[in-house]
Design a protein around this ligand. Sequence first.
Ligand SMILES: [Zn+2]
Length: 249
Amino acid sequence: MTSTVTALFREDFYLSTCEASVTAILEDGGIELDQTCFYATSGGQPGDTGFLEREDGSRIPIMNTRHGATKDVIVHVPADGNARPAVGEKLVLHIDWPRRYRLMRMHTACHLLSVVCPYPITGAAVGEEESRVDFDMSETIDKDEVTAALMKLVEANHPVYVQWITDEDLAANPGIVKSKNVRPPIGMGRVSLVCIGESSSIDSQPCGGTHVSETQEVGAIHIAKIEKKGKENRRFRIRFGAAENPAAL
Ligand SMILES: [Zn+2]
């Protein structure tokens, strides 16, 4: 039996620690809690890692966080060979914040890329070192030009914020969904719309992931590679840092 968890990361992307009580221990050792700041793998963004601190100060390392049968279920996956907490036990949760923050910066960079390249998205994976976004497009595009356009958005320091809309609002405005294959986070009655720029002047896109609150936080990024994946598909790889060999401008 599982109970509904309060997903604190949906309300505050910068929450790195919180208290919680154990509500269930699954057969495979997975830990369910009454509330959590651990993001569960979804929409191309990996789940959080970190540790759960017990009252005696000992730590239970968490290797991954995933959803259960539905998005209302969040399972914290402990490292093998650790003591299991008891149902009802109170814990202090700590996510690996440096890792999560890199994922937030990368995830936001993926949104900026979808602004620079306004083509339908067929796939995306956010990573700590590198992210990839696949577009349904046949045009050839120069990666240094894309990098320059991305950095312009980063340096303009646009605000990034969430607006909650209803599933009905989304159904009435299907045009705001850029992903062809990734289902928007519907089914909870409300959908988070990630907006960039004052009054969404730059972009708005349904997304359940975690993002930084100003584009400047993304920092230096560049397009490392654009791969041709079939006639009408291009895979963009985003990496942190400045481009190694920027084209002479
Ligand atoms: Zn997002």
